[in-house]
Each structure stands twice: as C-alpha cells, then as structure tokens.
Design a protein around this ligand. Structure first.
Ligand code: TYM
Length: 330
C-alpha cells in the first residue's frame, strides 16, 4: 500500500473548520487505501512561544480530536512528533541542504515573522520547513494530504528529497501533495479574504466551540449587500465561503446548493449551515470527551503509535546518516 503522512500543530485546544475541510477529511478517507502515519507536531508548535502546561494539554486534545474524527489507531499510526527523536535527527541534515535564501522565501515564515516582534522571531520558525520535510521523508511518504497553505512547504520537501538523492544516492521517496480541489482554502467568517486560522481568531469555527456558539458564528458571518446566493469568490467572497463550507460538510455540490437556495435569503442559508455544523459537532465533542476521560487508553494509543513510527524512522535515519558519511555508531 502506498504511504501517507501528515501532521497538525496542537496550537490551541481545538481544531478549526479549515483544518478539517482542508486536510483532516482527507486524512480519514486515505486510511482506506493507504498505509497512514499521522502526527501531532508538537515540535513545530514551539516555533511560536507556548506555555508548557498548555502545550501538554493541547497535545492530548489534538490526539483525542483526531481519534474522535475517525483516525483509527488499528489501521493508522497516530503519534506525537517529540516521541520520535528521528525527526530532529534528520531535520539537521536537511537544514544543511536548505539554502538560506530558499528558507527566507517561504511565505508562511514571512507572514508569521511579520506578526511577531523582531526578537521573538526564532531561528526555529525559520528552519520549520526543514523539520516538516524530515517528518515526511522519514516515512518514505508517497502522498501528503494538506491544505493550500502548505503547498510551498511541500514543494521544498520535494526539492530537498531530490537534492539529497542526487548528492548522496537514491534514498528518499519524492512526496506528492494531496490538496483538495474544492476546500483547499477556507476563509475567515469575519474577513473572507483572509485564511481561517487559529492565529487570527475573529471568524473561526473551533471544533470544541459550544455547538450553539458555532452556529452563531455562522449566522454573523460577513456577506454582502446583495440578495442572491451565488458562488462568485471574486465579488461575493463571504457567501462563496459559506457555500464551500456547506458543500464540504454535506457532500452536496455548490451548484446543487445554489439551486436549492434560489429565492431564499442569506439568513436561511446561514441558519441551515449552522444546524449542519452543530449536528456534526455535538456527537464529535462527546467522543472527544470520552477519549480525554480515559488518559491511560490515550497514552497506550500514542505509545504504540510512537513505537511503530520509530521502527520506520530509525531505519531511514540509519541509511541517511550512512550516505552522508557519518561514521556508524561504535
Ligand atoms: P497546521 O497545523 O497549521 O494545519 C493543519 C492542516 O490544516 C490545513 N489548514 C487549512 N486548510 C484549508 N483552509 C484553511 N483555512 C486551513 N487552515 C489550516 C493546513 O494546510 C494543514 O494541512 N506545517 C503544518 C504541519 C506539519 C505537516 C508536516 C503537515 C508539520 N509537519 C508534515 C504535513 C506534513 C501546519 O502548520 O499545519
């Protein structure tokens, strides 16, 4: 079976709708056809300062949410990045193959750096994409399900794989990005020209929000002064974003929704979409609570995941270190 790898940061206590429609939905689907490795990337998370206690709690929350969404630990390897030390061991080698200018061109680095005070822009934030490449290349990954905002990082991962292979001999699989065609980029409900993101939280549907609050966020989403419900991202970004979200959550196509809501007002669309979301979130949150209420079971899943991941990762690092010319450990 071809291999899939992807990661998510435990940034806050909750995933948001963009994570789900851009990436996690595909994580779940790909378990049926692929050998999947899914990782809570806590090492990436500290590139922006985090409180230790919060980080611990958010990492557990992230694992519980992945299980509640349907990541099946019998079929997929679910683990925490810091439990597998090979990630940082490979990342160093990849950092040494990454150009300074190449890393400086990463738009996510530029965006995140612009939001921090100068002295808080860490070297870790800068080298972040090399660690991400290590995550992927360690597992001989064929396919990486992510949202549009990760496309440039994926391109760098491919370049690093090719660069290593041509310099030291064929070692890494060159991974492909798997980005949805319809829901690759979900926008903020209050500013539908900005990406929905945990670091800009105005119009974000958090999956651990009270379902009533989530529905309310949809009802107060910014739209426009017209009346017609039509997909036109250029002129009607707010309504178009709601249609894409609705379509993603129900499997009904955008054109089917346009037809169904012909003659209705924005209020009807928002009310129905709010109900769709709250019907999704209520059972999801009770599953999350079940996983959080049984920390021993959660630990067991993560321990087994880390063991399985480590078996693969250790072999890759052994080969890569040897190719680079490091003496075998004596
Ligand atoms: P992160 O934690 O920011 O987001 C997790 C996933 O959610 C997607 N996403 C979105 N998709 C559509 N619309 C949005 N508004 C939206 N917001 C987030 C992201 O594209 C991502 O797929 N660097 C990664 C984590 C990572 C990783 C990896 C991913 C580390 N190592 C290796 C893949 C492979 C990140 O910060 O994602």
């Amino acid at each position: 079976r071809p291999r899939v790898f992807s990661g998510i940061q435990p940034t806050s206590g909750s995933f948001q709708l963009g994570n789900y429609l851009g990436a996690l939905r595909n994580w779940i689907a790909l378990q049926d056809t692929h050998d999947a490795f899914y990782c809570v990337v806590d090492l990436h998370s500290i590139t922006i300062p985090k409180e230790p206690e919060e980080l611990r709690e958010n990492t557990r929350n992230a694992a519980a949410q992945l299980l509640a969404l349907g990541i099946d630990p019998e079929r997929s390897t679910l683990f925490v990045q810091s439990h597998v030390p090979e990630h940082t061991r490979l990342s160093w080698v990849l950092e040494c193959l990454t150009g300074y200018g190449e890393a400086a061109r990463m738009t996510q680095f530029k965006d995140k750096a612009a939001r921090q005070e100068d002295e808080h822009v860490s070297v870790g934030l800068f080298t972040y994409p090399a660690l991400m490449a290590a995550d992927i290349l360690l597992y001989g990954t064929d396919l990486v399900p992510v949202g549009e905002d990760q496309r440039q990082h994926l391109e760098l991962s491919r370049n690093l794989a090719q660069r290593f292979n041509s310099r030291f001999g064929r070692t890494f699989v060159v991974p492909e990005a798997h980005i949805p065609t319809d829901t690759a980029r979900i926008f903020d409900l209050q500013d539908p020209t900005a990406k929905m993101s945990k670091s800009l939280p105005s119009g974000v549907v958090e999956f651990m929000d009270d379902p009533k609050r989530a529905a309310k966020k949809i009802r107060s989403a910014v739209t426009d002064n017209e009346r017609d419900i039509r997909y036109d991202p250029e002129n009607k970004p707010g309504v178009s974003n709601l249609l894409v979200i609705y379509s993603g959550m129900t499997g009904r196509s955008v054109s089917e929704l346009e037809a169904a809501y012909e003659g209705s007002g924005y209020g009807d669309l928002k009310k129905d979409l709010g109900a769709v979301l709250s019907d999704f979130l209520t059972p999801f949150q009770s599953r999350v609570r079940q996983y959080l209420d049984d920390p021993a079971e959660l630990d067991k899943v993560l321990r087994r995941g880390a063991e399985r991941a480590r078996a693969v990762a250790a072999e890759t690092v052994r080969t890569a270190y040897d190719r680079v010319g490091f003496l075998p450990p004596v």
